[in-house]
Design a protein around this ligand. Sequence first.
Ligand code: 13P
Ligand code: SF4
Length: 363
Amino acid sequence: MSPTTAAEITSDLAADTLLVREYLDRAVRPAVLDEEQQQKYREMIKELMAVKNARLVAHYYTDPVLQELAEETGGFVGDSLEMARFGRDCDAEILVVAGVKFMGESAKILSPDKTVLMPTLQATCSLDIACPIEKFSVFCDEHPDRIVVVYANTSAAVKARSDWVVTSSIALDVVEHLMEQGKKVLWAPDKHLGSYIQKTTGADMLLWDAACIVHEEFKARGLNAMRKMYPDAAILAHPESPSAVLELADVVGSTTQIINAAKNLPNTEMIVATDQGIFHKLQQVAPHKKFIIAPTAGNDATCRSCAQCPWMGMNSLQSLYLSLDAQSNVIDVAAELAEKAMIPLQRMLDFAANNQLKVRGKA
Ligand code: 13P
Ligand code: SF4
């Protein structure tokens, strides 16, 4: 039976943590290809993309080989907001989204006439898993006086139940805007991003209790020790990291905002608290700077996550080739649901188009 009160929802979330583990057990790591095999796949994919008028849209956390392929073939690499925008605006017939499920769904909602494929349909996100629509809907019903703002890392159904969808690059600006209108916010699902927004803006926010399994592993204690080793390094953190980590950061922002900071800050050393996939782009934009991954465990613990999203890591040259060749792994969002989810997504895109987004931090 579905929970009906906030207390029941909270206790049910422990069960969702187990669910995340089950998904993780199923996360398949792609086989490692040698240089020759990689080259063969790259060529076959390029040929298919040209024939089928397809474009590859990849997230910064995916394998560098996919990021390079996207850029070489007129596709795109970006943060989740930019991926959604690029997919909507490009004139391809097929979009191949290398990332996780919510990114494919957002692309489909914004481009209903395009065919949206993903290298794998298994790639999900701990935030999406931990915010099932049935429980979320009950939570919203209990708080009708609040504007429902959800992170993009959610299912189409959760988006459809919301007033606003936001990504990490725009979340603060949107909540600030709502606060100026005297609105109270119900926020889901990432508790760390939610509490960061709450602290920064002072908005009245009720938070869902979920976290990113990758960013939650960054530890302030280890980061403090690392800062002593690199006293001149800037600390760049994604806002899905715990608050104690964010308090130590010089810049807090989305993946693109982190990359821009890496390029623009004068520091020649940077400690980075986000998925290691981003290092490919960081090193490209600032080849002479040194990037160090933030520690994921305290002094006494062993590394558990190593800052690599298991689901992003499921995207590979082989799975991309297979889905494009067979036009399999098609993302479908029921028309009625897509229409409802489009409203808060469009609201975000309109807001982004009309406002200069601020980057936060001490820098
Ligand atoms: P960005 O929007 O910053 O790319 O973040 C997406 C994400 O899933 C981070 O873990
Ligand atoms: Fe989700 Fe975290 Fe992976 Fe991003 S890094 S897709 S928030 S699990």
